[in-house]
Design a protein around this ligand. Structure first.
Ligand SMILES: Cc1cc2nc3c(=O)[nH]c(=O)nc-3n(C[C@H](O)[C@H](O)[C@H](O)COP(=O)(O)OP(=O)(O)OC[C@H]3O[C@@H](n4cnc5c(N)ncnc54)[C@H](O)[C@@H]3O)c2cc1C
Length: 306
């Protein structure tokens, strides 16, 4: 079937079997917000992913999506191609004791797998409701642990669909930041090899404790994207937002959580424009009161509705 890309008036036809056109994305994000992707592909395996990427004309931008737990997709949607890794979930312990995980595996599954095999340092992954690919891209961290502390190597895919293995030392790693030292074209994470020390304890009960603690401080069970802002050095974004009396502040169906001021909740039919308006209010109030510019942790993608 042919479709028209409303942003570019380009007539689209699927490149491979399984690619969908004008695909709704809202339900693929934890916020349940956002427009459609002009092209969308959920590859069943890495070979088919590689073929798809190699067939995509180079002028079509690619956006990678895991579980959509750290993205705000704008109401006008994404005019390029969205590739979702969720089906690529291989996971095993290698002969050398390292753990291999593909990008689409959930961090929760990874944590349980590692903890039950004597790698309790991996339990922090249980607090990250995304994929391994998303955790690698964001250097996600929770309960004092961070993804890249444990990475030995990653396999990435370049814009030609080729896989390349890179060592952790090839990246500059920071707080929620991962930058390839050698500047070049963009690459996506396909899999990673992690090295954790083997210990006697298993960590499964630790996972339950950590999740219980988390439920006490975060609005679990609501539609949100976790922390909207990075913490500024030496402070907490939530403390600054709360001090501006913004808990419960609402625009449309987007509301600042009463439980945790760095969370914005979609309490019904919120649109990306509501969330962005709320973010503009937060940023200007915090800047006026404390002179601190907050920086978004959430990745904002796509076009505003025209
Ligand atoms: C309730 C809640 C609690 C949270 N708590 C935490 C927390 O404690 N700590 C924390 O760090 N985060 C937290 N988050 C945010 C989020 O879960 C993490 O950032 C997570 O790593 C995102 O993974 P994802 O698969 O959902 O990525 P997505 O949201 O799908 O994508 C996030 C970014 O990563 C990129 N990306 C995704 N996959 C790939 C890939 N394979 N290759 C290259 N780039 C890719 C995307 O393009 C995008 O820029 C929380 C979110 C929620 C909803």
């Amino acid at each position: 079937m042919l479709h028209e890309n409303r942003q570019t008036n380009e007539v689209l036809a699927p490149l491979v079997e399984g690619e969908s056109l004008n695909h709704p994305l809202a339900s693929m994000t934890s916020w349940h917000i956002g427009g459609n992707a002009a092209r969308f592909y959920l590859p069943p395996n890495i070979d088919m992913l590689s073929e798809y990427v190699s067939l995509l004309p180079s002028e079509i931008p690619i956006h990678w999506l895991g579980l959509g737990s750290n993205v705000l997709i704008r109401d006008g949607g994404i005019p390029g191609a969205v590739i979702c890794t969720r089906k690529c979930q291989d996971l095993n312990v290698q002969e050398d004791g390292n753990i291999f995980a593909q990008a689409g595996l959930t961090c929760a599954k990874f944590a349980r797998f590692a903890a039950s095999r004597g790698f309790p340092d991996a339990v922090f992954f249980a607090g990250i409701p995304g994929t391994i690919g998303g955790a690698l891209a964001m250097n996600a961290g929770a309960f004092g642990g961070e993804t890249w502390e444990w990475v030995q190597s990653v396999t990435v895919m370049n814009r030609q669909g080729q896989c390349i293995t890179r060592g952790a030392h090839e990246y500059d790693i920071g707080y929620r930041s991962v930058i390839l030292k050698q500047a070049g074209q963009s690459e996506a994470f396909i899999s990673a090899v992690f090295r954790f020390p083997k210990k006697d304890s298993q960590g499964m009960s630790k996972i339950r404790d950590l999740l219980r603690k988390r439920a006490q401080t975060q609005p679990i069970g609501t539609l949100n994207c976790g922390s909207v802002y990075r913490n500024p050095p030496g402070d907490f974004a939530a403390r600054l937002i709360e001090a501006c009396d913004l808990k419960g502040y609402r625009i449309g169906d987007a509301i600042i959580s009463e439980k945790h001021a760095n969370f914005i909740i979609n309490c019904g039919q919120a649109r990306a424009q509501d969330v962005e308006a709320l973010m503009a209010t937060i940023e200007s109030r915090v800047l006026d009161r404390f002179g601190i510019a907050l920086h978004a942790e959430v990745k904002i993608l796509g076009l505003k509705e025209s």
